[in-house]
Structure formats: structure tokens, C-alpha cells
Design a protein around this ligand. Structure first.
Ligand code: NAG
Ligand code: NAG
Ligand code: NAG
Ligand code: NAG
Length: 471
């Protein structure tokens, strides 16, 4: 396989796996402790009258702290079962007592139990075509209307949307699209600028590299030097045998598995950076506190580059000591529905040049990407639609959105890092990974995050007061 094809294959996988890897998922479908499960009936297609089908959208409710007329805190669910987001999000319920808030976690269509066509939902483009962010936002808008009608005392309650990652993008967008229903939003790690033409595709790799740089002297340099070692070993049977045993792979590595191995490692470092939390957490997988620092320690303390990289790989996949072998074909998170979204409207280019970052040079190639999407889903991306639909970089006509960002998080590269007006407020949290502010508070939280949460609550209080002055 020539280099070009290696890069292109890598590109597609890097992109998809990353997109999947950025959110939490929970499996299982029991009632989440602390929440009541409810459903609201919504249209499969909010935007045309050609299809009158409806389905049940799941949402979870905690009304313990709710006081009549208090605000509604709505988590705009992203790409996963909603229960996973409840487990990894503490901010709404922790803030609820101060405001007498009703806490709602709404599930995104095509995830968890909210499948428009049940098991048939993923059958073909005709069933999957209703999986768009605009449809999901409309679901949430219908839910808000439903809550205001049915929850006692809520008719005039201000609604605040909260979300992290793609959920943060939805939180921002719902305020932009439905300002009459949503009084304000907290959009954490919301990469609303990570679209073609408005953010450099390398920016993501730069932030990931910086996170490794800050976690161990010489660490990115060691990782950068590992790629040639790995590719050289990949050229011979003996070398691939060596790689198979070093990484404890489940299947012996074949010559044409090399792009998959490289991909798997590129993704691994990127995912390490985004889950670099200050305490042991189980976001995508159980990891120790400050996992990047731990990984860098392993990478730099082994004399041999490959042994160090292999040790850091096992730290990620075998922190619990349960892994029998490592499977490079296993996605970091197998969200089928997100793969489809990433092939249609959520085109967020990521690339690397191998010089200014610690990764191999992997270009962004829309043609190859589109081809792979067509093969997989029989659809082609519309790469520029999101910029048209969601305003590109000029969101100055919007208001009442807090954009919070962790500076360790590669996704911050496509986020709003500077305040754009008095009510489009950016907060950058030092030493914080992917939407750390939304996670349950923890004694190990860095001061920046403690401060951000206090600031976020104060801003919401101000917006609640303004809401009641004007309605
Ligand atoms: C709501 O959440 C709080 C805090 O976690 C918990 O104490 C309470 O039991 C929950 N309410 C319900 C109805 O489960
Ligand atoms: C595998 O390759 C690495 C790097 O070239 C080398 O240090 C190590 O000795 C090799 N191990 C075996 C078992 O061949
Ligand atoms: C995972 O860790 C356990 C306990 O240390 C060990 O026995 C096992 O061999 C490890 N698995 C892999 C794939 O490295
Ligand atoms: C941004 O949009 C506003 C109107 O919403 C317009 O007044 C302003 O000139 C735009 N700014 C830029 C830099 O395009």
C-alpha cells in the first residue's frame, strides 16, 4: 500500500473514531437513579408534511429541588444513551437547589431508547435521514413546550440549556434558533467553529500535542519518533510479529493492518488528551488521575521508544487489569448513529502535519472522506451546510450563551475562546479537559474549574432576573 492510501485510510478512521470518542456513553436501559423516565411524542419530520409519523422521545426528570416558577435546566442530549450523560454530568443537579430548578436530561433522537423507527431506524438512508441536529433541536423545542404546559407552575419558567461537546453545540444552537423558548445556555466544549473553512484542521492536533508537552518533558518528541519505528517494523514479518507481541494484539498484525494500527494510536493520544481529568474517572474507559501525565511517564521512562508507547497503550486499555489482549479494530466508542452524523452534516475536519504536532502527516481529504461515507452509508457529506445553518463564525447576533472550554481539550481548537459580547461569554479553564465543568464536582478539580462553575451560576442568576423583568 502506498503512502497516499495509508494516509487517506487513516484520515477517514481518525476522523470517525475521534468524532465518536468525544462523548460518554452508558449502556443498559434501567431507570437512572435519581431520575424519573418520561416520554414525549414528537414528529419524525418536523420540517415537512410528507411524513406524519411520530415517535416517543425519552427524557429524565429530577424535580426534588423544583419550586413553582423556578427555572428548567435542560441538558440537550448528545450522541449517546442519555443515562451516560447523567452519570458524567453533575453541574445541573448541583446548581438546582440554589435556583429551585427542575432538572431534565433529554435524549437525542436515534440514540438510547429514542429511536424513530425502532430497530429499523438504521436500516437504510430513508429511515436514517431524519437524524439531523436540526430535527433534534426541534424535538427539544417541542419538549420545552410540553414541559411548560404540563409541569405545575412552569408556564413562565425560564429554560436554560446545558450541554457538553456536541451536546454543548446543541445547547448553543437551541438558544440561537429558539430564543423565545430558551433564556440562555451553557455550552461546554462546544466546537461550533470546527467546520470546513472556518477553523484550520491542524488546530486540533496542536492542542493535543500541547497537552502532552505540558504533561511530560520530551513526551511529544518521543511519540513523534515512534511513527518511523512502527512503520519500519511494519515492513517485515519479523517486525510485525514484534509489534503484535509488544502491543499484546489479539490478532497477528498483517501488512495491510498497518494503517489501522497507526490510526488506533493516533486516536489513542487524542483521546488521552480530551479525557485528561484530575481524578480517576470512567468517561470512555476507566483511567487514573491525570492520565496524560501517567502515559508520558511511561513513554519517557522506557529506554526503548516502542516499549514506552506500548506501556502507555496498555495503561489506557488495561487500567482495570481485565484486558486479555488489545483489539485494534475495536472503535473507541462504537456509536453507529454518530458515524452517520459525521458523514452528513457534522463535518469537522481534523488533520496533522507531523512537524508542528506529534502525529504522522495525515491530510484532510474531503473527496476520500465522501467516498468512504458513501460506501458505508450511501450518503454523501454536505460539508458547508452547518456553517450556513449555524452562522459560521459570526454569531454576534446571538445572546445569553456561556462558552466554557478546557485548555487541555483538543476540541477547544474549534470552540468560542473569546467573549463576543456582554452576553456571549467565553470562559477558558486552565488545566481542564473535555467539559470538566459539567462533571460532578470533585476535591481534585483545578481552581479554574471551581471558579468557572461559580461564574456560570452567577451569570445564570443574572439572566433569570433579566428574564423576569422582560416577560
Ligand atoms: C434528585 O437528585 C438528588 C441529588 O442527587 C437526589 O437526592 C434525589 O433523590 C433525586 N430525586 C429523585 C426524585 O430521585
Ligand atoms: C522489537 O523492536 C524494538 C524496536 O526496534 C526492539 O527494541 C526490540 O528489541 C524488538 N523486540 C523483539 C522481541 O524483537
Ligand atoms: C492486563 O493486566 C493484567 C494484570 O496486570 C495482566 O495480567 C494482563 O496480562 C494484562 N493484559 C494485557 C493485554 O496487557
Ligand atoms: C456579523 O454579523 C452582524 C449582524 O448579525 C454584522 O452587523 C457584522 O458586520 C458581522 N461581522 C462580521 C465580522 O462579519
Amino acid at each position: 500500500m502506498d503512502d497516499q492510501r495509508v494516509s487517506l485510510a487513516s484520515l477517514f478512521l481518525v476522523y470517525l473514531v475521534l468524532s465518536e470518542g468525544r462523548c460518554s456513553v452508558g449502556v443498559g436501559s434501567r431507570d437512572e437513579p435519581g431520575y424519573k423516565t418520561r416520554y414525549v411524542e414528537v414528529q419524525v419530520d418536523h420540517f415537512s408534511f410528507a411524513n406524519s409519523d411520530t415517535f416517543q422521545l425519552r427524557y429524565l426528570v429530577n424535580d426534588t429541588y423544583y419550586k413553582d416558577g423556578g427555572p428548567i435546566f435542560l441538558y440537550t442530549g448528545n450522541e449517546g444513551d442519555i443515562e451516560g450523560f447523567v452519570k458524567n454530568t453533575g453541574l445541573l443537579i448541583e446548581m438546582a437547589p440554589r435556583f429551585g430548578a427542575l432538572v431534565i436530561f433529554a435524549e437525542h433522537r436515534y440514540y438510547g431508547q429514542s429511536l424513530p423507527y425502532g430497530k429499523e431506524s438504521f436500516k437504510d438512508p430513508a429511515h436514517l435521514g431524519y437524524l439531523t441536529s436540526t430535527q433534534a433541536l426541534a424535538d427539544f423545542a417541542v419538549l420545552i413546550t410540553h414541559l411548560k404546559k404540563t409541569v405545575p407552575g412552569a408556564a413562565n419558567s425560564p429554560v436554560f440549556a446545558f450541554g457538553g461537546s456536541y451536546g454543548g453545540m446543541l445547547a448553543a444552537w437551541i438558544r440561537m434558533k429558539y430564543p423565545h423558548l430558551v433564556a440562555g445556555s451553557l455550552a461546554s466544549a462546544a466546537s461550533i467553529f470546527q467546520y470546513p473553512g472556518i477553523t484550520d484542521c491542524e488546530a486540533y492536533s496542536h492542542v493535543a500535542t500541547r497537552t502532552f508537552q505540558r504533561s511530560g518533558a520530551g513526551c511529544p518528541e518521543r511519540i513523534r519518533s515512534s511513527w518511523d519505528v512502527i512503520q519500519d517494523l511494519g515492513k517485515t514479518d519479523a517486525g510485525r510479529h514484534n509489534l503484535t507481541s509488544m502491543f499484546r494484539l489479539c490478532e497477528p498484525l498483517a501488512a495491510d493492518d498497518m494503517p489501522t494500527l497507526v490510526n488506533w494510536l493516533v486516536n489513542l493520544w487524542m483521546i488521552y488528551a480530551l479525557t485528561d481529568y484530575p481524578y480517576a474517572a470512567d468517561f470512555l474507559t476507566p483511567l487514573p488521575a491525570w492520565p496524560v501525565k501517567e502515559a508520558c511517564h511511561l513513554i519517557t521512562s522506557h529506554e526503548d521508544v516502542l516499549s514506552g508507547v506500548a506501556a502507555a497503550t496498555k495503561l489506557y486499555f488495561n487500567f482495570t487489569g481485565q484486558a486479555v489482549c488489545l483489539d485494534i479494530s475495536q472503535p473507541y466508542y462504537g456509536g453507529l448513529a454518530w458515524q452517520y452524523q459525521a458523514c452528513t452534516e457534522q463535518i469537522e475536519p481534523i488533520c496533522s502535519d507531523g512537524v508542528n504536532d506529534m502525529f504522522p502527516a495525515i491530510p484532510w481529504d474531503l473527496v476520500a472522506f465522501s467516498q468512504a461515507c458513501y460506501q458505508r452509508w450511501k450518503v454523501r457529506p454536505r460539508p458547508y451546510w452547518a456553517v450556513t445553518e449555524y452562522w459560521g463564525r459570526n454569531i454576534s447576533a446571538a445572546s445569553n450563551i456561556i462558552f466554557s472550554n478546557g485548555d487541555l481539550d483538543p476540541w477547544s481548537a474549534g470552540c468560542v475562546l473569546k467573549s463576543l459580547s456582554d452576553s456571549l461569554i467565553a470562559i477558558v479553564m486552565e488545566d481542564a479537559a473535555h467539559h470538566l465543568d459539567l462533571r460532578p464536582s470533585n476535591p481534585a478539580d483545578p481552581p479554574s474549574v471551581v471558579k468557572a462553575r461559580a461564574q456560570e451560576a452567577d451569570i445564570i442568576e443574572k439572566w433569570i432576573q433579566e428574564y423576569h423583568l422582560t416577560t
